[in-house]
Design a protein around this ligand. Structure first.
Ligand code: HEC
Length: 137
């Protein structure tokens, strides 16, 4: 006799979130990886910091072509040609040290959250962009 099983037939019972254990440390979600690598500059809401880091929310990069986005995040720098000099005083760092899978998680996360649900990014797409770069120094 399993008493816990009766929760399933609860009729009008309010839906309570299941008690799940925290994800194991090895599984890094896009949100966690964004928090670790990007949030300090672009902020949790993706709006950045005026005169320091641009907003990524709704920008052409975040919802644009996957390869261009992956290359930009891998190499950093000043890649946004349309950006006015006065918009940003910092330099976007390069993220070549992050593995393909983690970058794919981050890019998928920012495209879903800040890029109007743009398509997810696979590790293979990041690997492909990375392979087109000159060898790391
Ligand atoms: C040290 C601060 C800093 C960190 C950390 C940082 N960025 Fe940036 N990011 C910038 C700056 C500055 C720019 C503007 C570069 C330019 O175009 O001149 C930028 C631009 C961008 C853009 C283009 C925005 C647009 O629409 O023009 C994207 C996308 C982006 N960053 C994603 C990321 C992601 C993803 C991470 C984490 C893996 C990250 N950034 C971490 C500073 C940062």
């Amino acid at each position: 006799m399993l008493l816990v099983a009766c929760a399933a037939g609860g009729g009008n019972a309010p839906a309570t979130p299941p008690m799940t254990a925290p994800a194991p440390a090895a599984v890094v979600t896009g949100q966690q990886a964004y928090a670790r690598n990007c949030l300090s500059c672009h902020q949790a809401d993706g709006y950045g910091v005026p005169n320091m880091q641009p907003a990524i929310t709704g920008g052409t990069w975040v919802q644009g072509e996957v390869r261009a986005l992956a290359l930009f995040v891998l190499t950093g720098g000043f890649n946004s040609a349309e950006r006015k000099e006065s918009d940003s005083h910092n330099v976007m760092p390069a993220f070549r040290q992050l593995p393909d899978a983690e970058l794919a998680e981050i890019l998928t996360y920012i495209r879903q959250k800040f890029g109007k649900g743009a398509s997810p990014v696979s590790a293979a797409q990041v690997a492909d962009a990375r392979a087109s770069l000159p060898a790391a120094p």
